[in-house]
Design a protein around this ligand. Structure first.
Ligand code: SAM
Ligand code: SF4
Length: 457
């Protein structure tokens, strides 16, 4: 690719930008950073797809990601035609990384394909498209981290903010595309993370979730130049006076070190809720998945965390119908679920991802059987989530209020367990934290009243 210089913003070249984000919180975070990167070039975000630049920030974790992209691109083509071609369409993220030139072959009206590790180059790639009047592809995995090249994060995220501290993965679970689409595991240095956290807090964040595909594997350069574990980073962030709450997601059971478990006892800002994917309760399946832990290892980690922080609750991910999963294996998963009692869970049938080892396994589970098992599991998980919510009724805890509720006069916020909490007839500032009493529970949210005397105090 030839080097081209991006144009700085002037009143004449103010342009509209629409980013369509699919996938995880990491993708949502990446989209914010893309908007930060393009703002100095005059791009102003809009919510309609009739924009000068439309970016699809894609996810490739499960099947049909490519189908979803191509049908959305097909729809956008009509908009581009109606604008006589005066629109730039870019595909970013993991589908861009995985499909590369195939995207331009199937959708030649796409102008730019940029992989998940190269989006910091968006300004120069856009300039190259404009200069060449031809499509550009960049799916390199640069040696240096993209975070080193991104401008300081600017987008305000409100009272609850995400902050990426770690990228990529070296674990190579046999079902997963992440090591191929996001590249090798890399940790950002603590100084950059603390600086970004300070900016988020100055912009109104009271709660920060540290993000990474394997966030608890974070081992970045500390403020003293030594390599720190995540527990140390969390302790440092907890010193930020206006920051009230900390979380980290997503964690791998193998990296739940004793010091991190201990942080749940000693770090008062760490919320008592942990997303810890187990995927399966059967050791044979965990081994075939290359998870490198057993179901009992997972039980022991949960026990240790419950000892360190008795009010902790767990969410998890499950893959049902992984190749070779027998009725007995599925029963082992159900047993683990009944034992642990999850507050929340994400469960999916196994999705064959080309290029990953499990995709070629001979003993694929027929789709109807996998689906039937998933329904059985989800029934139990749904009941557990509802039971967990019901168990909050009558309890008192702090809620971080984030804005108006769905109905007039309501204000909504988040519990320490990330549940949406709604209070009627209250006028509270966004970002304020108040103690409430939970009065009723719905499957996905809680109703509460303010503990007035405590506000007064
Ligand atoms: N790093 C985390 C871990 O080790 O558990 C998970 C990150 S992964 C991006 C998010 C979730 O997607 C996984 O926990 C898994 O349940 C699900 N997932 C990944 N690949 C999948 C596949 N091929 N089929 C179904 N679900 C998949
Ligand atoms: Fe994918 Fe997580 Fe396994 Fe890494 S540890 S390969 S991100 S599931």
């Amino acid at each position: 690719m030839t080097e081209t210089t991006p144009t700085a913003a002037t009143d004449q070249n103010l342009r509209t930008l629409h980013i369509v984000t699919w996938g995880c919180q990491m993708n949502a975070y990446d989209s914010l950073r893309m908007a930060d990167l393009l703002r100095p070039l005059g791009y102003r975000e809009v919510t309609t797809d009739d924009a000068d630049l439309v970016i699809f920030n894609t996810c490739h974790i499960r099947e049909r990601a490519a189908d979803k992209l191509f049908s959305a691109l097909g729809r956008l083509r009509a908009v581009k035609d109606a604008r006589n071609g005066r629109m730039m369409i870019a595909v970013a993220g993991c589908v861009a990384q995985a499909e590369g030139a195939e995207i331009l072959r199937r959708a030649p009206y796409v102008d730019l394909v940029v992989g998940s590790q190269a989006y910091h180059k968006l300004p120069e790639l856009i300039a190259a498209v404009e200069a060449k009047h031809a499509a550009v592809i960049d799916t390199d995995f640069p040696a240096a981290q993209k975070f080193d090249f991104l401008p300081e994060a600017q987008s305000s995220q409100g009272a609850i903010a995400n902050l990426a501290i770690q990228e990529g993965c070296d674990k190579f679970c046999t079902f997963c595309v992440v090591p191929y689409t996001r590249g090798a595991e890399a940790s950002r240095p603590a100084a950059a993370i603390v600086a970004e956290a300070r900016r988020l807090v100055a912009g109104g964040a009271r709660e920060i979730a540290l993000l990474g595909q394997n966030v608890n594997a974070w081992h970045g350069e500390g403020l003293d130049g030594k390599i720190w574990p995540l527990s140390r980073l969390l302790a440092t962030l907890a010193d930020l006076p206006d920051l009230a709450r900390l979380r980290y997601t997503t964690s791998h059971p193998r990296d739940m070190s004793d010091d991190l478990i201990e942080a749940h006892r000693t770090n008062p800002k760490l919320m008592p809720f942990l997303h810890l994917p187990v995927q399966s309760g059967a050791d044979a399946i965990l081994a075939a998945m290359n998870r490198r832990h057993t179901a009992d290892d997972f039980r022991r980690i949960v026990d240790k965390l419950r000892t360190a922080r008795p009010d902790i609750a767990f969410s998890s991910d499950f893959i049902i119908g992984f190749p070779g999963e027998t009725d007995a294996d599925f029963a082992a998963t159900m047993e683990l679920v009944r034992e642990i009692e999850f507050a929340l869970a994400y469960s999916f049938t196994y999705s064959r991802r080309p290029g990953t080892p499990a995709a070629d396994a001979p003993n694929q589970v027929p789709a109807p059987l996998a689906h039937a098992r998933l329904m059985e599991l989800q029934d139990v998980l749904r009941n557990q989530q509802h039971a967990f919510n019901r168990a909050q009724v009558g309890k008192q805890f702090d809620v971080l209020f984030t804005g108006p509720g769905r109905h007039p006069g309501q204000i909504a916020g988040r519990s320490p367990y990330l549940q949406p909490v709604v209070v009627e007839h209250a006028n509270l500032a966004q970002g304020s934290i108040h103690p409430v009493t939970i009065t009723s529970a719905n499957p996905n949210s809680l109703m509460a009243t303010l503990n007035q005397e405590q506000i007064a105090a």
